[in-house]
Write a protein that binds this ligand. Structure first.
Ligand code: RBF
Length: 158
């Protein structure tokens, strides 16, 4: 897990495989769009920085994080991708919905990773408040979208 001492957004560029022949699907949730839009920007910029062609990065939106499971599954079935990235942001509220959504998405994506031919990269921010999310989508803890892009390239090469 990234911390201020281990912030994967600062990585050794020489260790990342070339992504110019790779194709990526990204599913992004519309809930907390300020956060998920920044995650998406980071992911796309980082994929392109490592050689991925814009036409080989396909982005689909879903209403909320819970729908990321369905979106990723459809991309796995129909996309022909080397890896799929999911991006979402769940922020704790007053009711237990936070736990149900986070557990549901985590279990769903974990299951997909064991049943799919390709890796699905988990970019779900699960934070206690908005500031913690902002800190992780381009703030003091980097951008988890960047890190998901690096993970996708590495796992596509796995
Ligand atoms: N989706 C998110 O991506 N982030 C959230 O913080 C979030 N909070 C929700 C809170 C409640 C009470 C409900 C009912 C839904 C929330 N959703 C959130 C939407 C959820 O992921 C999903 O889109 C809907 O439940 C429809 O399946």
């Amino acid at each position: 897990m990234a911390t201020s001492l281990h912030n994967l957004s600062q990585y050794d560029i020489t260790t990342i495989p070339d992504a110019s022949n790779m194709c990526f699907g990204i599913v992004v949730a519309e809930w907390n769009e300020e956060i998920t839009g920044a995650l998406l920007d980071g992911a796309v910029k980082t994929l392109e920085k490592h050689g991925a062609l814009p036409e080989n990065i396909h982005i689909k939106t879903v209403p909320g994080s819970f729908e990321l499971i369905y979106g990723a599954h459809q991309m796995v079935l129909h996309g022909g991708y080397d890896a799929v990235i999911i991006l979402g942001s769940v922020i704790r509220g007053e009711t237990p919905h936070f736990d149900y959504i986070c557990q549901g998405v985590t279990a769903g994506i974990a299951r997909l990773n064991t049943t799919s031919e390709i890796p699905i990269i988990y970019g779900l921010l699960t934070t206690n408040d908005l500031q913690q999310a902002l800190d992780r989508c381009g703030g003091k803890y980097g951008n988890k979208g960047d890190e998901c892009a690096i993970d996708a390239i590495k796992m596509a090469k796995f």
